[in-house]
Design a protein around this ligand. Structure first.
Ligand SMILES: Nc1nc2c(c(=O)[nH]1)N[C@H]1C(S)=C(S)[C@@H](COP(=O)(O)OP(=O)(O)OC[C@H]3O[C@@H](n4cnc5c(=O)[nH]c(N)nc54)[C@H](O)[C@@H]3O)O[C@H]1N2
Ligand SMILES: Nc1nc2c(c(=O)[nH]1)N[C@H]1C(S)=C(S)[C@@H](COP(=O)(O)OP(=O)(O)OC[C@H]3O[C@@H](n4cnc5c(=O)[nH]c(N)nc54)[C@H](O)[C@@H]3O)O[C@H]1N2
Ligand SMILES: [Mo]
Length: 715
């Protein structure tokens, strides 16, 4: 028998936009990745990966990977391209960008998000390039800025509990979060706590995979979390379950909060939340009594008009009961702020390169900023004093805006502009790439260097390339390096290699670089119970009720809901949320056959009462619509499994799961055909889950039972 080829293991990091930021062991045989597994030594990864990333090799070697530069031959959006050489593509792109920048650099817009969270392949070399060009700045608000800014307003930073300590909590509120889908390594700790006798409560409109494994599920209406938090405070105050000493020493402005909360009786909040007053009374009693009590908040609950205020209110709860005194008490939404000062952002991104274009930063002269959530409208705007110059070129990397940005009809219109010069750096021909003039083949995490911070733990992470780039793929950093050369940028920073940038991404006084190099990860030095004695990263060290410029937090109703917009609700009475699908990551992995097969097709979960009122049965094709557009999905009424459980939807709320690629949708659309571009109260973020719709049985839909049987057979 021939001896098998030797295998080697390369240390990597999962690049995806997920709190878990796992440490990877990538097994390579004869230059090919044969396995991607979790690092057993890394404490939070604990040797396990989610179903998606354990398929990372399938994604990397996907036959549809874009492996050579492409130039458009069809109409915008058609997705017809011809191969082109790298030199020809880059020469042409550089000359187009140079011509626009010579007239008006702000007419060029980079559009990027967290397709990779890498500090090098994200806003590393790319940011240097855009700063040197003087392009419009992008406000990266599509996911987390409502909650993020709310944490900064309250605690002074995006900081919180260590995820490991949830294992020791006695009560865990899993609030606007579905960790079984979106953060499975946190769930691991929650289960340890559960086995040790802790109570788990899930606060989520949807009976999620997580909700059904908790002791209690509180199915409130979308966007009502602020009211729930205020009523919990009401109860904590009137039954005196407060930690007066902690409040006295470490909370600034409690009296104003007290006054506000006393107006929110459980009955008043119950009407807003669509739940029983008794549930709120009981929740507050338990939260005020359990030690240690922890809250795992996630971004799902802040994608509504009042998302920022809701996070501010919830973030104050652990301060009122002194939960921070113990390491297993407090709250975790993001740990990203712990990396401030540890990541060398100024060196990685070089914002000082704007100065030659705009003058001294001290004088406040900066390019205009475009909010990525309003890209649909902004691509269609003409020049005006308020807006600035019309957008003439957009360069997209690490994002798929045509699928993920709200109000798709407008986004598609914007990207369909024949006079817009569009370059997309991608692995695949996504909905966005279909609109490009040039598609440039990018490397995946297995093929390039990177360094990573995290937002769900406090380990600095390194990623080494396991294999050579496939085909003609180049890393994002290499593509921007090459473009910089062609633009005539001579600053030495454009010569830094990917490896130099990855190894230089962290401050050596804050991260043990030798350990990072040796193990692939290194823990930041942060106290076990960081706020046991206050010490919040605010100027006063206290948690703030009355944040500068924001006032005292309050309940802010949705733009669209039965209570806040009754006239609209007569036509569109159902609240639609569109939370993550388990087998996708935003719109990534939708094209991986095994994962798409697991999701089947776009579905709409509905309550049985709402379904039967519309003549909709399990498995029917339904049309979901509002004034912005419509999309098709398969109705799921009774819960997906045949486990006899109730369905996942509460009355009045429907769930269009996952961000499907439009081209895999039945009619070439996805749930974002229905969402709008209005922004949150704090953080200028997207309000994906603040959306009223109507649902009807789609014309020509075969009888439900037949389709249901066919779907079941296919699964
Ligand atoms: N498998 C998978 N994992 C993911 C992602 C994915 O797409 N798929 N996305 C990643 C990304 S980008 C992020 S930002 C993170 C976190 O992503 P999040 O969007 O926070 O995702 P979830 O943890 O699924 O939590 C969302 C939960 O909030 C609920 N929800 C919706 N509206 C409300 C509301 O008004 N109030 C309350 N209380 N709950 C509400 C939803 O029903 C859902 O169960 O997850 C990451 N992980
Ligand atoms: N309706 C609705 N819409 C949503 C959400 C929702 O819950 N509901 N969630 C929102 C949230 S939380 C987020 S974070 C956004 C996410 O939106 P995006 O940040 O756009 O995330 P993805 O859809 O995963 O697309 C990332 C793209 O980057 C590419 N990519 C990955 N790595 C690299 C690389 O190294 N180089 C290059 N050039 N490309 C790379 C991937 O192939 C993928 O196509 O979507 C938002 N949209
Ligand atoms: Mo996100």
């Amino acid at each position: 028998m021939p001896t098998p080829a030797p295998e080697s293991t390369v240390q990597g990091t999962c690049p995806h936009d997920c709190p878990d930021t796992c440490a990877l062991h990538v097994t390579v045989r004869e230059g090919r990745v044969v396995r991607v597994a979790g690092d057993p030594e890394h404490p939070t990864t604990h040797g396990a990966l989610c179903t998606k990333v354990s398929r990372y090799a399938e994604r990397t070697y996907h036959p549809e990977r874009v492996l050579q530069p492409l130039r458009r031959v069809g109409r915008k959006g058609e997705g017809r391209f011809e191969p082109v050489g790298w030199d020809e593509a880059l020469d042409d792109i550089a000359s187009r960008l140079r011509a626009i920048a010579a007239r008006e650099p702000q007419a060029v817009l980079p559009y990027s998000y967290a397709g990779t969270m890498g500090l090098v392949q994200g806003e590393g070399m790319a940011a240097r390039f855009w700063h040197r060009l003087g392009a419009s700045l992008l406000d990266r608000t599509i996911c987390a800025s409502a909650g993020g800014d709310a944490l900064v307003a309250t605690y002074g930073g995006k900081v919180g509990m260590h995820v490991e300590h949830f294992a020791e909590s006695r009560l865990i509120l899993i609030w606007g979060s579905n960790p079984i889908t979106s953060s499975v390594h946190f769930w691991n700790y929650a289960q340890q706590a559960k086995r040790a006798g802790a109570k788990l409560v899930c606060i989520d409109p949807r009976k999620s995979e997580t909700a059904e494994k908790c002791h209690q599920h509180i199915a409130l209406l979308p966007g009502s979390d602020g009211a729930l938090a205020l009523a919990m405070m009401h109860e904590l105050i009137v039954h005196d379950r407060l930690d007066h000493d902690y409040i006295e020493r470490h909370v600034d402005g409690f009296e104003k909060l007290r006054e506000r909360a006393l107006a929110w009786t459980p009955e008043r909040a119950a009407a807003v939340c669509g739940i029983d007053a008794g549930t709120i009374v009981e929740l507050a009693r338990e939260y005020g009594g359990a030690r240690p009590a922890a809250i795992r908040l996630n971004y799902g609950m802040q994608r509504v008009h009042g998302g920022g205020n809701a996070v501010r209110l919830i973030a104050l709860l652990p301060c009122l009961v002194g939960a921070w005194r113990q390491r297993a008490g407090g709250l975790l939404l993001s740990s990203g702020g712990w990396f401030r000062g540890a990541r060398r952002d100024a060196w990685l991104q070089r914002p000082d390169l704007l100065e030659p274009v705009y003058g001294p930063a001290a004088e406040g002269r900066r390019p205009r900023t475009i909010n990525m959530c309003t890209i649909g409208d902004d691509l269609q705007r003409q020049s005006s004093p308020a807006f600035g110059p019309r957008i003439e070129a957009v360069v997209v990397y690490n994002s798929n805006p045509v699928a993920v940005a709200p109000d798709s009809a407008q986004v598609v219109r914007g990207f369909a502009r024949e006079d817009l010069f569009t370059v997309v750096l991608e692995h695949f021909l996504t909905d966005t790439a279909d609109h490009a003039d040039y598609v440039l083949p990018a490397t995946t995490q297995l093929e390039h260097w990177d360094a990573h911070a995290a937002y769900g733990h406090v380990y600095a992470m390194l990623n080494r390339p396991a294999i050579a780039p496939l085909g003609q793929a180049r890393s994002n950093a290499e593509i921007f390096r090459q473009l910089a050369r062609r633009m005539g940028y001579t600053e030495p920073c454009f010569e830094d290699s990917d490896e130099t940038m990855a190894l230089g991404a962290f401050d050596p006084t804050r991260v043990k670089l030798d350990e990072l190099g040796r193990k692939g990860w290194s823990r930041l030095a942060i106290g076990e119970a960081p706020f046991a004695h206050g010490n919040f990263p605010t100027p006063s060290g206290k948690a703030l009720v009355d944040a500068p410029g924001l006032g005292v937090p309050d309940f802010v109703p949705n733009y669209e809901s039965v209570l806040s917009s009754p006239a609209l609700a007569t036509r569109y009475p159902l609240a639609m949320i569109s939370p993550p699908a388990r087998h996708f990551l935003n719109s990534s992995f939708v094209n991986v056959p095994s994962l798409r097969a697991a999701e089947g097709e776009p579905v709409l979960e509905m309550h049985a009462g709402d379904a039967s009122a519309r003549g909709v049965a399990e498995g029917d094709l339904v049309r979901i619509f509002n004034d912005r557009g419509s999309t098709l999905a398969r109705a799921v009424v009774g819960g997906r499994g045949s486990d006899g459980r109730e369905g996942r939807a509460r009355p009045g709320v429907v769930h269009g799961l996952g961000v499907w690629w439009r081209k895999y949708g039945r009619d070439g659309t996805n749930a974002n055909q229905l969402t709008h571009q209005r922004l949150t109260d704090v953080g200028r973020a997207a309000t994906f889950y603040d959306c009223l719709v109507q649902v009807e049985r789609a014309a020509g839909s075969p009888a439900g039972s037949v389709v249901a049987a066919a779907t079941a057979a296919a699964e």
